[in-house]
Design a protein around this ligand. Sequence first.
Ligand SMILES: [Zn+2]
Length: 84
Amino acid sequence: MQEGSRRSGIAASVRMSETAYEYNPQGENVMWQCQRANCGYIYDPKKGDRKGKIPPGTRFEDLPDDWTCPLCGAGKHMFKRIDA
Ligand SMILES: [Zn+2]
């Protein structure tokens, strides 16, 4: 009884802060950073890339192979995953 109500309380608070991403900690929440010197652009899958016509919610892995950094033009291979 107590156990059940505590669990649902946590779930409710998570849902309030983040809507669609809480079930995918290994995918859509993972950010990648451009490793080129003087760039440092961070790809946030929750935002996508407006300039590259990438809709919000697109995982880095799902970006087209010809996608490039919107700041410096580096390819996907220049990006490194940021582990929280
Ligand atoms: Zn870059």
